[in-house]
Structure formats: structure tokens, C-alpha cells
Design a protein around this ligand. Structure first.
Ligand SMILES: Cc1ncc(COP(=O)(O)O)c(C=O)c1O
Length: 385
């Protein structure tokens, strides 16, 4: 068996969602909405399934979807993307795998920032690359620029970042990308930015992509996911955008990973991306309401909620909430004793984990959030009392 695969367990999200199914607990763990997804997209997918081809679409994605991605990023982020700069993938996860497989050789180094999405490090290890880990510092979770600089060696090929960031909700600023550009240019490094949460941004904050920074335009890869933009996480329609030579190189890996993605879903996502900006604004607002409800409820119950600008998640500081057990124990007990699934931050670390924070997903119906809040309030009483 492959050594990197042999040492892997089951991802925390599958474990916790499995526990929720088994115990009937309310699942504020894995990030997915309870709703079916926007009617516009469901109708478009049903129509496409019936009326369009169900055979292999082009390897880089339907031309109509690539055009819609370019349209969406022009409208939302002021980016200009040519058709040959876009590759459609089966979810952002496949785009991440294709980048890592295409850009790294055994022994090459890749810098990751913890806490991190749990697919990153295993993918790098699969190709024999060496993960170099630096950590964000609570409570503001800003990029540790000095630590990143110190982690760069002559073997560094890629810096992989995530903005907006899961699980903290922090975002990389244009100034920080400018600083990263200096590091990348001086050391011939490719910057891969996982931007799956780019649309789920609140409180008037604006998302910045490294592709908007001139010095990074030819050496950055932007990764997106329709699953997050449209709240259809199971669809697994994603993409990457990069200058043509980079996009072509990564497409070579993509062709032997999945080759393509179900055409009906590509058609539907294309239609969705062409919806007017007001539609997208209202869609984000529908999430903002759940966010405010969970934040207020957690605060009222005595939990110390940290500030965040994006994603479907909030996180609390356990000691700040008067709770003096590690995050893993909190999450384990919150399922069994309170009937609420949460995700411990330590699951987002590959080494030296922070154990003070727990993540909650707020994209759930009001009644479900209210019930979860009532249970979490009682649960906190038992922990601090
Ligand atoms: C940071 C990050 N990257 C990638 C993904 C996976 O995206 P997809 O479902 O499109 O593969 C997720 C899903 O939660 C995520 O949070």
C-alpha cells in the first residue's frame, strides 16, 4: 500500500457527520446547508440533464461554463480572464490535487499555513513533496509573513494559501499579497490560492484574489468552487484560473485525475454564474441572517465568539468562554452530552495544534440553530458550573 495513504485516517468531517447520523445530533460540524440549493440552479440542472448531451464534455470544461466563470469574476472581482486561463474541475479538491501533482516533484517543498483544510498535506505527501508548516496567530489570524519568509528555501516551489480562510474566516489583504509577491518573485515560487469561500463574505468586507495583483498575475493560481458559491456542496463543480502556461500544465494533471465533470451540473453552474449581481447579493444575505443568529445566541449563552468576516463558520475560544477542556474533548462531549456536532480546531493542524477553539457552521434553518443554541447553553453550564 502507498505509505502516505496507509497512515491516513478518515477525515474529521466524515467522522463527525457519521456521528450526527448515528446519534441524531444536530450537525453544526461539516459545512453544508440543510436547504436543497437555489431553485434556479436545480431547474437548470434538470433541464440540462434532459435536453443537453450527457456524454463527455471538453476536458477543460464546457466553453459556456468557462465564459460564465470569466463573466462572474469580471463582475465580482474586476478580473479579466481569457478562456485558456480557466480549467473546470470536479470540485476545488480536484483543482488542489491537480496543482500539487503538476507543480511539485519528490523532495520539493510546499509552504502551508495552519490551521488548514485537511486535504492539503496528504496531497503534497502523495507526490513526495515536503510540507513546510507555518501557523496563523490567534485571535486575529493574520498571515505570519516573517515565518513564511523564514520557511522559504531553494527547494520551495509552491506557497498554498486559503482566503477567505476556513476555519477562522480571516482574509488576506492586497497589501499582504503584495508582500507575498516579493517573496514569490524573488524565489520563483507559484502561489496557489484556495478561494472557495470568496463569495461568502460579510460585513461589507471585499475579497481580494492574488490574480488582481500585477506581480502575481503570471505566478498565481486561483481556485474556486460552485459548491460554496451556490450552496450545493455535493455537486463538486470547481475550477482553477491561471495564466495560460500554468493553466496548461495543471490541465495535464487534471486530464488523468477526472478528465471532466458531469455536464448537466456544468450547464447549471454556468446559468447561475450569469445571474445578476443582485441575485448573488441576496444569496449571501440569506447566509448572513443565520450567522447573526448563531453569533448572538452563542454570546448570550456565554461563549466567547471570535470575530470573522467570511465562510459559513464561527469559532469560539473555549478558555475565554470559561471552559477548560481541550477542543477535541469539547467536540466529543458536545455530540454525546448535548447532541450538537462541532469541529475542534486541532483537526485543522498537521503539527503543534491549537486546542482552544471550536468551529460551528451556521448555514442551518432558524429552528435548528435555536435548538442547537439551547442545547449548547445548557452544555456550557455543565462545563463551567
Ligand atoms: C478551504 C476549502 N478548500 C476546499 C474545499 C473543498 O471544495 P470542493 O467541495 O469544491 O471540493 C473546502 C470545503 O469545505 C474548503 O473549506
Amino acid at each position: 500500500m502507498n505509505r502516505s495513504i496507509a497512515k491516513l485516517g478518515t477525515t474529521i468531517f466524515e467522522v463527525m457527520s457519521g456521528l450526527a447520523r448515528e446519534t441524531g445530533a444536530i450537525n453544526l460540524g461539516q459545512g453544508f446547508p440543510d436547504a436543497q440549493g437555489p431553485a434556479e440552479l436545480l431547474d437548470a440542472a434538470a433541464r440540462a440533464l434532459r435536453d443537453k448531451s450527457n456524454q463527455y464534455p471538453p476536458m477543460r470544461g464546457l466553453p459556456e461554463l468557462r465564459a460564465a466563470i470569466a463573466h462572474y469574476y469580471a463582475a465580482q472581482q474586476g478580473l479579466t480572464l481569457a478562456d485558456e486561463e480557466i480549467v473546470v474541475t470536479s470540485g476545488a479538491t480536484e483543482a488542489l490535487a491537480a496543482c500539487i501533482f503538476a507543480l511539485l516533484n519528490p523532495g520539493d517543498e510546499i509552504i502551508f499555513v495552519q490551521p488548514l483544510y485537511d486535504a492539503y498535506v496528504p496531497l503534497a505527501e502523495l507526490v513526495g513533496a515536503v510540507p513546510k508548516l507555518v501557523s496563523l496567530e490567534p485571535p486575529h489570524w493574520r498571515l505570519p509573513m516573517a515565518a513564511i519568509r523564514a520557511a522559504v528555501t531553494s527547494k520551495t516551489r509552491v506557497i498554498l494559501l486559503n482566503s477567505p480562510h476556513n476555519p477562522t474566516g480571516s482574509m488576506i489583504s492586497a497589501t499582504e499579497f503584495e508582500m507575498l509577491a516579493e517573496i514569490c518573485v524573488a524565489n520563483d515560487i507559484v502561489l496557489v490560492c484556495d478561494e472557495v469561500w470568496e463569495a461568502m463574505v460579510f460585513d461589507g468586507t471585499r475579497h481580494v484574489s492574488p490574480l488582481a495583483i500585477a506581480a502575481l498575475r503570471d505566478r498565481a493560481v486561483k481556485i474556486g468552487s460552485a459548491g460554496k458559491i451556490f450552496s450545493v456542496t455535493g455537486w463538486k463543480v470547481g475550477w482553477l484560473c491561471a495564466a495560460p502556461p500554468l493553466a496548461s500544465m495543471i490541465a495535464r494533471a487534471h486530464q488523468f485525475l477526472t478528465f471532466t465533470t458531469p455536464p448537466a451540473l456544468q450547464w447549471a453552474v454556468a446559468e447561475g454564474l450569469m445571474l445578476p449581481p443582485e441575485w448573488h447579493k441576496a444569496h449571501v444575505q440569506s447566509h448572513a441572517d443565520g450567522r447573526a443568529r448563531l453569533e448572538q445566541g452563542l454570546r448570550a449563552a456565554g461563549y466567547a465568539v471570535l470575530s470573522s468576516s467570511a465562510t459559513w463558520f464561527l469559532h469560539v475560544d473555549l478558555p475565554g468562554s470559561g471552559i477548560h477542556i481541550p477542543d477535541g474533548q469539547f467536540s466529543d462531549r458536545s455530540v454525546r452530552e448535548a447532541g450538537v456536532v462541532t469541529i475542534p480546531f486541532s483537526a485543522f493542524y498537521a503539527q503543534d495544534p491549537e486546542t482552544r477553539f471550536v468551529r460551528f457552521c451556521f448555514t442551518k434553518p432558524e429552528a435548528m440553530l435555536d435548538e442547537a443554541l439551547a442545547r449548547l447553553a445548557r452544555f456550557r453550564e455543565t462545563l463551567v458550573g
